[in-house]
Design a binder for this molecule. Structure first.
Ligand SMILES: C[S@@+](CC[C@H](N)C(=O)[O-])C[C@H]1O[C@@H](n2cnc3c(N)ncnc32)[C@H](O)[C@@H]1O
Length: 230
């Protein structure tokens, strides 16, 4: 969901994130617009900075890979991947054109005008989903925030990983309730996950990438793959 009143003209504030390499001082700066007074896809969520930091840390692995971001909104992880040399497609709900437009705006402002933006609604095996080219890495930051959508997200991931058996889903989520779990759903959709501790990619900090957003705000990162047959 994206709570934006379409009748109101949009007012942007620009947020800048700088990802650094502690060893050689190499850095990447990304500036994205947020829309004041709106929610969800028009803001950078803490999960996005953590996932973007992971992409930055894995930039050599990401180079020349095909990457799809789901529920991209402001698209910080996808933009970082594209800046690191990946072939990126951004997506958001096909039912929220404002968020799709915002993803397009964010990539263009970062001089990435060729990045395709497609409408993909979780759980829908749509013609747009079926016609995607092969994908190596799927990104999803803060896509597990409404328990009623968890299975829809995993239906989309399961479809993509069946088509791309060596693909991986890199996702960050904020634990908003201790009752939430996706373990049973992962099994149901033949998926397995590995937790990635934030400290191994320097994301367990109070402020991340030169922003005021925290990396340690009950955020977790995991990598989801297709279950292997034994
Ligand atoms: C909490 S926001 C996270 C946005 C961005 N990934 C971030 O972390 O900054 C959730 C995103 O999922 C998108 N979304 C919500 N429901 C969706 C659905 N059913 N299918 C696809 N995208 C959806 C929203 O438009 C929004 O961009």
């Amino acid at each position: 969901m994206c709570n934006v009143d379409e009748s109101v003209s949009l007012h942007f504030i620009h947020k800048t994130f700088t990802f650094e390499n502690h060893k050689d001082k190499h850095a990447l700066t990304v500036s994205v617009p947020e829309v004041l007074g709106s929610q969800y896809g028009m803001y950078v969520w803490p999960c996005a900075v953590v996932l973007a930091q992971y992409v930055w840390t894995m930039r050599e692995k990401v180079q020349r890979k095909t990457v799809l971001e789901l529920g991209a909104g402001v698209s910080l992880p996808g933009i970082v991947a594209a800046k690191c040399g990946a072939y990126v497609t951004l997506s958001d709900s096909a039912e929220i054109p404002l968020c799709l437009e915002h993803s397009r705006r964010c990539s263009e402002l970062n001089e990435l005008p060729g990045v395709p933006v497609v409408g993909l609604t979780w759980g829908e095996i749509s013609p747009e989903l079926r016609s995607l080219p092969p994908v190596d890495i799927i990104l999803g930051s803060d896509v597990f925030y409404e328990p009623e959508d968890f299975e829809d997200v995993l239906v989309t991931i399961s479809f993509l990983l069946r088509r791309n058996p060596s693909g991986q889903f890199w996702t960050t989520f904020q634990e908003r309730s201790s009752d939430w779990t996706i373990e049973t759903l992962l099994n149901k959709w033949n998926l397995q996950c590995t937790d990635v501790p934030l400290d191994i990619f320097h994301a367990n900090k109070k402020h991340l990438a030169g922003s005021t957003l925290p990396g340690n705000h009950s955020i977790q990162m995991m990598i989801v793959k297709a279950q292997t047959m034994t």
